[in-house]
Structures are given as C-alpha cells and as structure tokens.
Write a protein that binds this ligand. Structure first.
Ligand SMILES: Cc1ncc(COP(=O)(O)O)c(C=O)c1O
Length: 226
C-alpha cells in the first residue's frame, strides 16, 4: 500500500505444493495492472489465487464503498455467511448476496460499477489506468530531480513514496504538505520507520498537466522549507 509494490504470486502459489494454504490476493489497486500491457507482468499468477479482492472505489472511480471478490469456493462463503432466517427463504442454487457476505441490507453498489463499465469499457478504463501510471512515473522522476527530496521506492505502478532528504520528520513533512494544500492532497505515511509522503494516482480527471503543476509546487515548497 505504501509503495504500490507486488509479490511474486507465481512463486507464492508454488509453495502450496509443500504447504497447503489458502492464497488470498489483495488486489485492491494491483489488479488494474492487467489493463496495461507494460505492467501486466506484475500480476502474473493472479489466476492461481484461491480468492481475490479488487476495490472498485479506487481505480474504477465509483463512489465508496464498492469492491468485488472472486473465490474458487463459493460454498465456503455460504457456510460462513449464510443467514438462516425463515423469512429470507432457502439458499437455492444461486444464493442471494445476503448469504454470501457479512452484510444483509445493502445498497445496489453494483449499479455504479456496471454504469462505468458500460460507459467507458475496457479501452476507457485502460486509458485511465495508463494515464495514472504515467502521472506517477512523471512525479517520481520529478521527485528524483528535486534537490531536498528522496524517492523511497521505485515507482512500479501508481504510487510515489518519497520524503525529505534531510531530517525527514513528520512535522517537517506536514509543513511541506500544508504549503501544497492548494495544489494537491498528499497523505503522510511511514516506510521502514522513515516518515514519508505517498502520492497515489487513480482519479479519472488527473492529467499530465496537473502532475507537472504539482511537481512545480513541490519544488517551490521544498526550496522554501530547506
Ligand atoms: C492494497 C490495498 N488493500 C486494501 C486497501 C484498503 O481498502 P478498503 O479501505 O477499500 O478496504 C487499500 C487501500 O488503499 C489498498 O491499497
């Protein structure tokens, strides 16, 4: 989450031959890498998972709270979550969602997801995903070129994790983000004990121009602070 990094899913899945376990993949952001031919390899082996979760309120750009889950064992879902209440009727062959998740009453969250998939389709979502990835790469390169900043991890997908090169305290980082408040919302984090900032790109409206403007503001704010 801090850096947008990936595990070697194929290698982990291979361990199941020696140690039987359930492989769940948290692909909240990462699954969208399949939309980019240059990044698809990052989720190689995703199809070997026993279950996968993907957030839709992130890169699919639908409102909170929306996600999808895929599982190889729907029976397990019902044995854990089924609602044994007479008024809800029997499970049947295709159990209602009330029998598959911890929630009973719920809004039709799938509607927004369906609308955007219909409206933008694979090509539209590929464009949004690739644009976000390009923005992250642009900001990552800008951070590398700004004296006073340090990139903490390679930009592998859509997250840029960086900090102040000198004295990276949470207070100094907060002062930096306060100066940027008009331009960008950057959230604080801690990576390997080092206070840092995390820029995650997923909004469908963010462009290269926005990114370059933020990079410029960041350069000015760092100059002011240091
Ligand atoms: C990889 C990953 N997993 C899980 C989460 C948490 O997602 P949610 O708040 O939708 O449960 C995030 C949020 O950033 C994430 O990036």
């Amino acid at each position: 989450v801090n850096t947008g990094d990936f595990d070697d899913l194929r290698a982990i899945a291979a361990l199941r031959e020696r140690y039987p376990f359930w492989l769940h993949v948290d692909a909240a952001f990462g699954a969208f890498a399949v939309l980019s031919s240059a990044h698809r390899h990052l989720v190689d082996g995703l199809d070997l998972a026993d279950s996968i979760c993907i957030d839709l309120h992130k890169w699919l750009n639908v409102p909170y709270d929306s996600a999808v889950q895929f599982t190889r064992s729907p029976d397990l879902q019902t044995s854990v979550f089924q609602n044994a209440a007479a008024y809800l009727g029997p499970l049947g062959d295709t159990p209602d969602l009330a029998h598959l998740t911890p929630e009973n009453s719920r809004r039709l969250r799938a509607l927004a997801a369906w609308f955007t998939l219909r409206a933008y389709g694979p090509d539209g979502h590929r464009e949004i995903t690739e644009r976000s990835i390009n923005c992250a790469r642009t900001l990552g390169e800008a951070v590398t070129g700004i004296p006073g900043l340090r990139l903490l991890a390679p930009v592998r997908l859509n997250v840029v994790c960086f900090t102040l090169a000198e004295d990276p305290t949470a207070e100094r980082l907060a002062a930096l983000t306060a100066q940027l408040a008009e331009e960008a919302f950057l959230t604080p984090t801690v990576l390997d004990g080092v206070p840092a900032l995390r820029a995650a790109f997923s909004n469908w409206q963010t462009t290269d121009t926005d990114t370059r403007r933020v990079a410029g503001a960041l350069r000015a704010a760092v100059r002011e602070l240091c």
